[in-house]
Design a protein around this ligand. Structure first.
Ligand code: CTP
Length: 420
């Protein structure tokens, strides 16, 4: 296979040398196209020696062979590893100011990108939007790993291991380039036990407005819900992601419906279920049980005059319990399989599983995923521990501490065989 290996300018460029080795050892002909910034990390000589091919970043070299068009046109795969925030931005917006971005514009073969950057850059709304745009256009953007970054900081943004990148890239090529969206193609290579299903996932945490600048909220980051949605899409489901205040990249193959409050979320969830074609509802969102009884249309002032030291008392009213409502309405236009989540801490009256069992009975859903929470546990972290419970069974499937992506797999492993 003719492969273009694009390398952009991040410290993880050194790992691309291992990606190159794996590809050439697999018998592929690899042309490395580094950006000028990448050459600050690993020089052209290394790429030339390892690939046995000439290396340049510029469109002005080897002009007679029209490299800027030919490399992309002739490639069977373009793999960019690492893909920096800058490269993702240029690719998403069709900028062609060096050989790699020209190649991306002329390529008609599968394009796979393995991002690597600091967590703040990966989660910045600009990068989130660029990744979503690239995925919409059929580019496979591999999720970065979490872990130690360049300095002492850790978080999502690490380049996945070279073996993992090569596996994902070759899988994409095997799935072909014609006859479907990128997510269908990706899925074709893996387990497809949710194919033909419509899955609705709620994620994040609702915000209940008090006045135009203040709200009651919670610590949910949306990571678990997003991982569950991504895994469902990977397994072939059509996924609607009702997303409450989450700043994460849109997972490949998911349609996001943004919501803010519990009542907005309720409208989206009940509206979708009433449509009659939702097979599974998975309520991973942390929904506020209460909201301010009165929304104040102008910013609440600290004082109402000289010497006023009073503080307002905020009256709360109950929010609808969306999950309980779905269970009650069962048997209507559609009867989706309903999965609840329970954020639990153990206390003197029982451990996490005892509380979860009681909640499963109370809520009446088909499956309950209980996760252990605490100030430094679960919220915003990339890994957690969950216990999966079913009504009428004493068996508990416990997973973790494990990455939320792995927990998402365990959840679908439990749900998929139960679907009619
Ligand atoms: N949930 C919901 N609507 C609400 C509150 C919660 O749909 N108003 C859903 C959540 O999305 C989750 C499940 O119910 O799937 C359990 O949420 P949790 O907050 O743990 O349960 P509560 O019933 O609020 O119980 P607790 O007294 O422990 O807060």
């Amino acid at each position: 296979m003719r492969i273009v290996l694009g390398v952009s300018g991040g410290i993880a460029a050194y790992k691309a040398a291992l990606v190159l080795r794996l590809l050439t050892e697999g018998g592929h002909q690899v042309r490395v196209v580094p950006t000028a910034a990448a050459l600050h990390f690993v020089g052209a000589a290394t790429w030339e020696a390892l690939s046995g091919q000439p290396v340049t970043s510029e469109v002005w070299d080897e002009v007679p062979s029209v490299n800027h068009v030919r490399l992309g046109q002739e490639a069977d795969l373009v793999l960019v590893a690492p893909a920096t925030a800058d490269l993702l931005a240029r690719a998403a917006h069709g900028i062609a100011d060096d050989l790699l971005t020209n190649t991306l514009l002329t390529a008609r073969c599968p394009v796979v990108m393995a991002p690597a950057m600091h967590t703040e850059m990966w989660q910045h709304p600009a990068t989130v939007a660029n990744v979503a745009l690239l995925r919409e256009r059929g580019v496979t953007v591999i999720e970065p790993d979490s872990g130690r970054l360049t300095g002492v900081d850790t978080g999502p943004g690490r380049l996945p291991e070279p073996e993992e990148i090569v596996r994902a890239a070759l899988e994409r090529v095997e799935a072909g380039t014609e006859g479907g969206s990128a997510h269908e193609l990706d899925g074709a290579a893996g387990q497809q036990d949710l194919s033909g299903r419509h899955v609705l996932v709620s994620a994040g945490g609702t915000r209940e407005a008090l006045d135009p600048v203040r709200f009651l909220g919670n610590r949910s980051s949306g990571k678990q819900g997003y991982a569950v949605a991504a895994e469902a899409a990977r397994r072939g489901a059509r996924v609607t992601l009702a997303s409450a205040n989450v700043e994460l990249p849109v997972p490949e193959g998911c349609t996001v419906v943004p919501v803010e409050s519990a009542r907005e979320l309720q409208e989206v969830v009940t509206g979708a279920v009433a449509g009659g074609d939702v097979d599974v509802v998975l309520m991973a969102a942390a929904v506020a049980d209460f909201r301010p009884a009165h929304y104040v249309g102008t910013k609440i002032k600290k004082t109402h005059g000289e010497g006023d030291e009073s503080a307002p008392v905020v009256e709360l009213v109950r929010n609808p319990d969306i999950l309980a409502g779905l269970v009650t309405d069962r048997g209507g236009a559609s009867t989706p399989y309903i999965v609840g989540f329970a954020a639990e801490t153990g206390d003197e009256s029982g451990d996490v599983i005892t509380h979860a069992r009681a909640k499963l009975r109370r809520k009446g859903c088909d499956l309950l995923v209980a996760n252990e929470v605490g100030v430094d546990k679960t919220f915003g972290e990339d890994s957690s521990t969950v216990h999966i419970l079913r009504p009428g069974s004493e068996d508990v499937v416990s997973v973790g501490p494990a990455p939320k992506t792995q927990i998402a797999q365990a959840i679908w492993d439990a749900v998929a065989p139960e679907l009619p």
